[in-house]
Design a protein around this ligand. Sequence first.
Ligand code: HEC
Ligand code: HEC
Length: 269
Amino acid sequence: MPFSFKCAAFLCGISLIISINAAAQDGTPAQPLIDPKQAEKAALGNILFNDTSLSSPAGQSCASCHKPDMAFSDGKVVSEGANKAPGVRNTPTLLYAQFAREFRFEDWRRTWAGGQFWDGRSDTLAEQALGPLLNPIEMGNTREALATRLRELSYTHLFEAIYGKEVFASDESLLNATADALQAFQMTDTFAPFTSKFDYAQRGLVELTEQEKLGRRLHDGKASCIDCHSGMTGDKQLFGSFSYHNILTPPNVNLNNGIPDIGLAANQS
Ligand code: HEC
Ligand code: HEC
């Protein structure tokens, strides 16, 4: 990693370096696409995603913070964990998160790109999924407590049908299966609907107004929004880069006892 970049990251340490969170540079998902059990896994993942018994104390599911009717975000500055403690970061949308590739340094644009979380610290949705379940200020489980809870679920037969009996042989395999199912759910079209007016216009189903066409020309041209809000998957536009841009957001002194979040700078090796 070039020294100059690290310097820049630390010099501007008080301003959070964040990612545009809605798109991959080339739209290639980091996760495997062809899996004969994908649909069953996604169905199990959907149940797990909404299961409020998986937090400690019980009462919070993934959907409590990633609300389906709010683009899988929650509209709050930061959300509260299962034990009511305030979090330290804003809940991102999960829409189009499946298009993030692994976290890496890209020489061609001399920046970090990819990864899940605001600092890219998880490479895949599966790796990410255990984060909130085991995070003390989110769903608050230990690995053992979570595994015990999973063994008690009324739908353990679904785990068995997909992953076989051996999934219950160890806590690790059970946790990995849980992460795998949550990932499969987050890979479905529910999380990549492409149903905006823009998407319909791209498919020739509606016509943009003159004002909207002007906005698009500005976005792609003089206003340079496209410099950061680029990225495609196939022929579909994602309006994000899945990379990291310092847009000089000031730190929120009301969070984390006033200790600034250095974001990406904490995740450079
Ligand atoms: C207490 C609220 C809360 C709960 C519960 C929660 N999340 Fe999150 N989620 C967050 C926050 C906050 C972040 C950003 C954290 C960071 O960057 O360090 C996040 C980040 C993510 C991301 C990364 C998205 C991206 O584009 O970077 C994914 C994926 C995700 N959560 C999925 C889940 C799943 C699956 C569950 C349930 C197992 C879950 N979350 C439960 C608040 C929550
Ligand atoms: C230097 C890179 C850069 C440029 C240029 C840029 N943006 Fe952004 N934009 C960002 C970043 C970073 C965010 C924050 C993403 C986040 O917090 O999820 C953002 C967020 C946004 C959001 C909010 C998205 C959301 O989901 O909340 C909108 C809307 C937006 N930009 C529009 C524009 C427009 C319009 C232009 C051109 C006039 C533009 N941006 C130019 C980097 C840029």
